[in-house]
Design a protein around this ligand. Sequence first.
Ligand SMILES: Nc1ncnc2c1ncn2[C@@H]1O[C@H](COP(=O)(O)OP(=O)(O)OP(=O)(O)O)[C@@H](O)[C@H]1O
Ligand SMILES: [Mg+2]
Length: 255
Amino acid sequence: MPAPDLATAELTLTGRITTASNATFLGSIGDVVVVYKPIAGESPLWDFPHGTLAHREVAAYLVSQVLGWDVVPQTWLRDGPMGEGMVQRWQEQDPAQSAVDLVATDHMPETGWKHVLKGRDENGRMVALVHEDSPALRRMAVFDIVVNNADRKGDHILAMTDGHRHGVDHGLTFHRDHKLRTVLWGWLGDALTAEERDGIDRVSDGLHGGLGRNLADLLSAEEIASLAARCARLRLAGRFPAPSGEMSAVPWPLF
Ligand SMILES: Nc1ncnc2c1ncn2[C@@H]1O[C@H](COP(=O)(O)OP(=O)(O)OP(=O)(O)O)[C@@H](O)[C@H]1O
Ligand SMILES: [Mg+2]
């Protein structure tokens, strides 16, 4: 949980993220720059209960904390100028880096990148969706499987200068039905590392203790049971899953 002043000190709005489909604001609490998404600004969706996206964002942060890989920037619920919402620490991206890219198929990167899919762009040119093959991004892919992320677009991956990668925009997580939609399919079928397996076990164990208690304020009992089942299935398989079900396995748009 944040220091008391981050939970209660005045949150001042400094801008709006205009590309966002929901009401998403930039703000500051003292000198801490934050994203603020008021619950009142959440657009209704057909498949997620209305008014629950901010809670899911905080739940994703709590799972990220237990995994211990610093995927999600600090995220918490608090009051703000438009009522209760989620607040998340802003992380300044390195504009010179990107973890996910669309490249012409005749200019595919040779090493250090994973190829996800090929298609034609609006000019009829053959392009490929690629993402880097880094431990930080791989851990994010494991996180996404665990939280059942339905919206891992390229723009929801922040590239930090030091090579770390943060994930953001976790409102569409923890649905009890399988909804994994991601651009991070490059490790499909690969065996999980010991570090990845240990992270999943910490989540499974945590559900019987503090994590379970904290999530109970944010998610339904069915959603928490589904989370436990996903962890168990993933550990049993020991590998990155393949897409399954009728729905698209990638988000649209991809970025
Ligand atoms: N904590 C953060 N630090 C830095 N940049 C962020 C952070 N959170 C979001 N952003 C940037 O702002 C963009 C929009 O945020 P986000 O995707 O969370 O909002 P949204 O309301 O779901 O928007 P959209 O409907 O466009 O996906 C992100 O793609 C990312 O570039
Ligand atoms: Mg978004």
